[in-house]
Design a protein around this ligand. Sequence first.
Ligand code: ADP
Length: 281
Amino acid sequence: ADKLFLRVRTGKIAEDLYAVLIRDVSEQRAFEQMRRDFVTNVSHELKTPAGAISLLAETVNDAADDSDAVRYFSSRISKESARLTELVGRLIDLQKAQDEEQHPDDVTTVNVPDLVREAAGENQVQAEAKHIELYLSIDGRQIELGNTWPEGLTSEKAMVLLNRDALKTAVKNLIENAIRYSSERTRVVIGVAVVDQSVIIRVVDQGIGIPQASLGRIFERFYRVDPARSRATGGTGLGLSIVKHCVEECGGTISVWSRESEGSTFTITLPLLSQEDGASR
Ligand code: ADP
């Protein structure tokens, strides 16, 4: 009976090992496939503006005597090279976000409302260009960007322990998208509130919204609901995948609510470190 038991056990172990091996191999394959897809996508994204630049440069050359044409084609060359620069910058951000995930250095205590105000301030020029009002909202009270926090707020001193750069990149990217996918003269509100043991950061826009069918895919690298629109407005399809990496590196989660032609709300939830009592001052 012992022998039989042993045979049964070794058989079971072999089976388990085999299962693990198969799983490892298929995970490895999936990873390899992802890597290949990524390289294909990057090459495609780089080739499009690079090809356009060389074509436009030839055209400028042919039209050298026509100063209007030279001006027009030169400005298109500038636009395409700006796109290349944007894309390369985003790829570096993505790489950084992935590296930081593996080496969670530079963790410090961060005051969330201050960070949010800073990130919003860095997007103010883009907002003004589209006459979009950027507002901060803390504990449900709306505050103009340049104004100081009013007295009596409880979330003003919400602190978290994380990589400040990563969180700022995430919030900035969300605000950038909110502006990019909104019409002129709308409003973008960036909210902060403490709920239980979490700090919630919300970026709310009144923009074009995201179709339900796409909601599950927007955090994928290079996924765009409308590639032409995203390109025309300077998008790369990498923004939200960078946001997701950054938020996860901070130990947080991200979710999205959206309805077409109503707007979108992106919510980051982070573990609260401490909340000094701002109300008692
Ligand atoms: P992109 O560089 O194209 O903006 P992202 O990864 O940042 O790439 O976003 C992926 C896609 O999700 C965008 O192309 C756009 O279709 C959609 N999207 C992201 N944010 C918003 C938003 N605030 N409102 C509407 N659509 C959005």
